[in-house]
Design a binder for this molecule. Structure first.
Ligand code: ZN
Ligand code: ZN
Length: 72
């Protein structure tokens, strides 16, 4: 029973890694838009001046949707 739970967890973790659309690298955590756009924390930090105007939401460069920083 323990084994099954552990295996399931590992598969889940593998699926969770995202590819940053900005630098092309794969990260365990990325900011995501509902349209499928992903951006890593590093790129988000570098582009923050153009992505957000209030520090609470960021605008997706792909679809222009507003996404919250506290969503994940
Ligand atoms: Zn990146
Ligand atoms: Zn989007």
């Amino acid at each position: 029973m323990d084994k099954t739970a552990r295996t399931r967890k590992e598969i889940r973790r593998g699926k969770k890694s995202k590819q940053c659309h900005c630098c092309g690298k794969t990260f365990r955590f990325c900011w995501n838009c509902r349209c499928g756009f992903s951006m890593c924390q590093e790129c988000m930090y570098e582009n923050q001046w153009g992505m957000t105007c209030n520090g609470i939401t960021w605008e997706c460069p792909d679809c222009g949707d507003q996404n919250g920083y506290g969503n994940q």
